[in-house]
Design a binder for this molecule. Structure first.
Ligand SMILES: Nc1nc2c(ncn2[C@@H]2O[C@H](COP(=O)(O)OP(=O)(O)OP(=O)(O)O)[C@@H](O)[C@H]2O)c(=O)[nH]1
Length: 509
């Protein structure tokens, strides 16, 4: 699969590959961020806060129950003890409500709703309980001392005015009432209530025999007794209902739901941690693979680079060789361009250049430049008799022998065919020039055989010269033309001689 992927990637343009690479890196980073956030997404503080709130609520609820019990059985009533915890409990309920989103699913919400309903109901019941408890506590506190006080009164002046039988009966009824009320307070029942009512009726029936003060005391005792009769069972019923609200169980359920949610989050975090470890391992493997590819690429680049350097050195070597060859060829061409191929003498082009330089030098130094135009005599006959090859040998031999008679600084050129030119510089006198002409003539005449064939040749030589500044007024063509003209005169004079141009100039003797 990797190979197929790599092949497909290779087919893409570099720009597209770069875009894909960047997108890949982005996906890897996002995936890493997602996994990391999932593993870190456990707010331990929030969880602790929920647990603490719930515990505090449970504690306050238990204390509330204790306060209710105290109000129920205790001697005094305290409505404040029943209502004081309510604001804090409401606040805790609010906090738990705010923490509900930490749960997933509807179970925690339902448990919270049940608890809220139970609390609301319990609050109403406690409110009603408080309203009943107040007069009941007062009556219960009132009754024993009131009965004792009345009894004392009956034993004193208040009883002295009434018949002793009635006083005794009222005293006994009061004793019954007190014990019945106390029993009723502990365990109310309809039967006991009926007996208390009977006792009360009996007591009230005897009022007529007593003073108004005693009547008033009896009425007050009867009133308080009836309050106890009415409120005791109601209060008991309210307390039973309060106990039945079962807020404790509702809180336990809500606590279980929160614990389950927290456990779920913890499990999820462990699962994502596992994913994160696996992801990191894959990422490391990818990085190792990329590193290996990179190393391989560098190695290939290094090898290619070495080969390029070697090829470059080879190329430089070949270029140097080729340049040297071209240089040699160029020099050869230059040589060919300046020399006559048959005799190796300088040609017309080079002769012209040599003459230009010689004329400049003579004008500067005031010396004489001499040009001798040589045309062979009888050469055609050699060609015609012995062939062109033999004619060539004659030309080469003429060149060699004339050259041998000249100074190193003198020049001998072949213009073509059987025409040669001698260039002399710094010629002291006309005699000197004539000696050279004679030597050349002798050298040419000395060629008497070629290729084993007998040959007879001579030469007609025309001599021209120019001196000092005059040289500047002459160019090579003029000087050569003057020599050529003189050579023509030599031909006309019968060949085998040399003629000096009439314009020739010589150094003053
Ligand atoms: N072998 C040979 N012959 C050449 C060459 N160049 C020219 N020739 C021949 O040289 C001869 C020159 O002719 P001419 O100068 O009239 O011959 P000549 O017998 O010396 O006659 P004059 O100059 O009138 O005395 C011709 O036959 C040309 O064909 C060459 O390079 N080699």
């Amino acid at each position: 699969m990797f190979a197929v992927l790599a092949r497909r990637l290779k087919r893409l343009s570099p720009r597209r590959r770069l875009q894909l690479g960047l997108a890949g890196v982005l996906v890897l980073v996002l995936l890493f961020a997602f996994l990391f956030i999932r593993t870190a997404a456990v707010d331990i503080d929030a969880q602790s806060s929920v647990t603490l709130n719930l515990r505090e609520l449970q504690k306050m609820d238990a204390e509330w129950d204790t306060a209710i019990l105290r109000a129920h059985v205790g001697p005094r009533s305290s409505n404040r003890a029943l209502t004081a915890p309510l604001p804090r409990m409401r606040e805790l309920m609010e906090r738990l409500h705010d923490a509900l989103p930490m749960n997933r699913g509807p179970a925690a919400g339902a448990a919270y709703d049940r608890l809220a309903l139970a609390f609301k109901y319990k609050e109403q019941l406690v409110d009603a309980f408080g309203r009943r408890n107040q007069p009941l506590r007062s009556a219960l506190l009132y009754l024993p001392p009131a009965v004792a006080s009345l009894k004392t009164e009956l034993a004193g002046i208040g009883g002295a005015l009434a018949p002793a039988r009635i006083v005794l009966r009222l005293d006994a009824s009061l004793n019954d009432l007190l014990s019945q009320i106390l029993r009723y307070n502990l365990s109310p029942s309809d039967k006991l209530a009926a007996r208390i009512r009977d006792t009360l009726g009996d007591i009230e029936a005897q009022e007529i025999a007593f003073s108004p003060a005693i009547v008033e005391a009896i009425d007050a005792i009867a009133r308080q007794s009836r309050i106890i009769l009415v409120n005791r069972p109601l209060e008991n019923a309210l307390e039973t209902s309060i106990a039945a609200t079962n807020t404790g169980e509702a809180m336990d359920e809500l606590g279980r739901q929160f614990d389950r949610a927290f456990d779920g989050v913890l499990l999820e975090r462990q699962r994502y941690r596992g994913w994160l470890v696996a992801y990191s391992a894959v990422l490391l493997a990818l990085l190792a693979w990329a590193g290996q590819r990179l190393r391989r690429s560098y190695r290939i680049i290094g090898e290619v680079n070495q080969r390029l350097v070697a090829a470059n050195e080879n190329l430089e070597h070949r270029v140097a060789e080729r340049t040297a060859e071209l240089q040699a060829q160029s020099e050869q061409l230059e040589l060919l361009a300046q020399h006559d191929g048959l005799t190796g003498l300088v040609n017309m082009r080079q002769l012209t250049r040599l003459m230009e330089h010689a004329l400049v030098r003579s004008s500067r130094r005031g010396t004489v430049v001499v040009v001798m135009f040589i045309d062979l005599d009888g050469f055609k006959a050699v060609n015609d008799t012995w062939g062109h090859a033999t004619g060539d040998v004659v030309l080469q031999e003429v060149a060699r022998r004339v050259q041998a008679r000249l100074r190193a600084e003198d020049a001998l050129a072949r213009l073509g065919g059987d025409e040669f030119v001698i260039l002399l510089e710094e010629v002291g006198s006309a005699d000197g020039a004539l000696r050279v002409a004679q030597a050349a003539l002798d050298a040419i005449r000395s060629v008497d055989q070629a290729n084993g064939h007998p040959v007879v040749i001579s030469a007609s030589i025309g001599i021209a010269s120019v001196r000092g500044r005059e040289g500047l007024t002459h160019d090579p063509e003029q000087l050569l033309a003057a020599a050529d003209k003189a050579m023509y005169q030599a031909k006309q004079a019968g060949k085998g001689v040399f003629v000096i141009s009439r314009e020739a100039e010589w150094a003053p003797s």
